[in-house]
Design a protein around this ligand. Sequence first.
Ligand code: GLN
Ligand code: ZN
Length: 771
Amino acid sequence: MTITHVLGYPRIGADRELKKATEAYWQGKIERKTLEAEGRELRRRHWADQRAAGLDLVTVGDFAFYDQVLNVSTLLGAVPDRFDAEDELARGEVDLDTAFRMARGRAPSGEPAAACEMTKYFDTNYHYLVPELHPGQRFRLASTRLFDEVAEARAQGHAVKVALTGPLTWLWLGKARGEGIEAFDRLSLLDEVLEVYGQVLARLAEQDVEWVQLDEPALVQDLPADWKQAFERAYHRLQAAPVKLLLATYFGGLGDNLSLAVSLPVAGLHLDAVRSPEQVEAVVDRLLPHKVLSLGVIDGRNIWRADLAALRDWLAPLAARLGERLWLAPSCSLLHVPVDLDAEPEFDSELDAELKNWLAFARQKLDETVTLAHAVDDRLTAGDEARLAEAGAALAARRRSPRIHRPAVTERLAAVSAADSQRASPYDRRAQAQRRRLDLPLFPTTSIGSFPQTAEIRAARRAHKSGELPTADYEARMAAEIEGVVAHQEALGLDMLVHGEAERNDMVEYFGERLDGFAFTRFGWVQSYGSRCVKPPILFGDVARPAPMTVGWSRYAQSLTDRPMKGMLTGPVTILQWSFVRDDQPRATTCRQIALALRDEVADLEAAGITAIQIDEPALREGLPLRQAEWQDYLDWAVECFRLSAAVADDATQIHTHMCYSEFNDIIGAIAALDADVITIETSRSDMELLDAFRDFAYPNEIGPGVYDIHSPNLPEVDWMVALMDKAAERIPVERLWVNPDCGLKTRGWAEVEPALANMVEAARQLRQRH
Ligand code: GLN
Ligand code: ZN
C-alpha cells in the first residue's frame, strides 16, 4: 500500500485565523493563552483535515506562530544576545515573546531590540527569519514546543510524522553576524548543531515517533565541496538516532547532488517530481532496496488541478518496482498555496464554476494525493472514481477552453522579431533627444511612483468595490487625489513628477484586473511572512489588453503640469513573478504575452503625450533559478520581455525602470541589457556600495541611486543625502545621476513625505551648485 503524507500544511487558516489572533495578541487585545488556544485549534483542524482526506500520516512541526525556520532557531537555542534570553535558554524554554522579538523587534513583553533579518525562502515569496551565527556559538535544546505538539497530535489519535528543517539547510540559510566573521565558516558550528538535533531525535523517539522528515532543500542548489562533505558527515552521525529519517528535497532536481543524496544513510528520500520529474528514474535505479522513496507529484507551488490519470500511468510501473517503499505527497510544503478552494464563494467571486474546476488549493491537494495513491494501488473507492473522472473532464476542458487559448495572442507572439526588442537608436543618441525634449537640470529629482495611500483612499476603494460608491464618484476622488499629489510636487520643486498611484490597490493586481487571462480569488491567501499574507492573481489564460489601463490617469496628471509626468507600469517579469501562472506553457511564453500587452500601453502613453515611462521590475532578481547554470537562460528571456515592452518607445521618450532590495554584482550584465534610459534603485542602506557593480561594469545609462530609506519613519537630513550623492558621484559621472528616494512612498504618511522630499530637493540644489 502506498503511504501518503504532506511535507507541510498552511498554518494561517482558511479564514486567516492565525493572522488575526497573532495581530490581536501583539496589540494587547487578547491574552497569551487565547493565542495559544487558537494555535492548538488550528493544528487540530489541520491534522483532522489530513486524516479526513485519508492521509496515512499527519505532519507535526509545520506549525509556527511566525516562521518554521525561526522555530528551529529557538529549538537550537540560537537566540542572539541582544534579546536577553539567558535565563530562558538556561531553563530550556525560549519564550514565545522572545521569538516574536526576534521576528519583529518587539513583543508584548521584553525589551525591544533590532529584529533579525528576513529574506525569501529559496525561490518562493515566503520569507524566513535568517538564523544569526557567529564563531564559537553554543547551542542547546531550548524549546519543548515540538514535543508538546507531538503529544497533542497523539492525544487526538493520529499517526504522526514530524517535519523539521534539516541541520545543513538551517546553517545554509544562516548568516554570520558580529565580530570575527570575516574568516568564519558556518560549518564550524555543525558538530554542535548536530548534538542538539541528536537530542531532539532521541526525545521524539521516546515519544514513539517513527518518522522524522528533515527538510534539506539546500540539496537542490549548487553546493561547495565542503558542504557536500558536511552532508555526509552530518547524516552519518544522525543515523545513530533511534528514528527513521526522511530526507526531504524540493523546489528542484538534485542534479550533481544526486549521488550524494541517494547515498546518505537515511531511511527515506523525498524528491520534487513536479519541478524535476526526470530525476525520478535515476534515483529509483540507485536507491538501496530498504529505502523509502517519497515522490512529490502534486504541485505544492501552484494551484492547478493535477492530471491524476497521467500521473497514475507514470507511477504504476514505479509502484510495481518499489512496492511498499513508494510514498506519495505534494512536491513541497503546501504553505505556498492557498488553503481551501471550497472557501471561495459561489457568487461574488471572480472564480466562476468553470475556472474553479481547474484548480486545487491545499485541501484539494490532500484529496488528490490520496486518490492518486488509491489509483496506483488499484483500490479506488467510488469517491476516487468520481474524482478521477472529474479531474479528467476538467483537464480536457481546460486544454480546449477558448478562455485560455486566444489565437490572436499566439499569432502575434509568433510574429515577434528581434527588432521588436530593440530601441530605434543606442542610448547616447536617445539621451540627446531626451535632453532636448525634457530640459532637466543636473541631478534631476523624481520619486518612484506611489504617494501615501491614505485611509481615505483605501476607504473610497472599498466603498467602490462594494458598490456603495458609484464609479464616477470614485474616479472623481482619485482625480482630486492626483491633483493634490501634482500640486505638492510642484510646490516642492521636483523635476519629474508622478501621479501617485492612488487608483492602484497593488502594483500587480491593478494590471491583472485590466488584462484578459487573469482571475482573482476572495480568500486565496498565502503566507508571505509572519502574519502577512498575499493574494496572488491567477494567470490562467493567454494575456491580452482589451483597453488602455493607465493612459487616462496619466494624461490627466500630465494636463495639470508643465513638468514631465512619468507614466507608471509594472513590468512583465514582476507581474509573472507575483502571480500563480499557467503550467501548460513555459513561463517565458507567458511573460512575453504580458510584455506585448504592456508594449501597447507604452505606445498609447506615448501617443497621449507622456514623455517618460517607468516600467517597474522589482522582482527581476527573485526570478533567478536556484541553479546558476540556469541563470543565463532566465535572464535572456526576462531581459527580452522587458525590452519588448519598452522598445516601442521613440528615442525621445525616456524609459525608466525601478528595482528595490536587489544586489546587482552578479546580474549587472542583464541590468545593463535592459537598456532602460534611467534605472532607480534602492541604495541608501548600502551606503552607495551597490553602485560599485555599476561602476565596475562601466554601466552606460543613467542611474537614480535611492538617497533615503522609505521603510524608516526617520526624516532624512540634507547633509546626509548630499554625502550619499557625493559617494555616488565618485562612482558614476554626475551628468548621469538622478536624485530620488529608495522606493515608492505609499506606506508613509504625508507628514513624513513632505519634509523628506523637501530635504531631498534641497540636497539636489546644493549638489548642482557644487558640481
Ligand atoms: N512604482 C511603485 C511604487 O512606487 C514601485 C513599487 C516597488 O518597487 N515595489 O509604489
Ligand atoms: Zn521599490
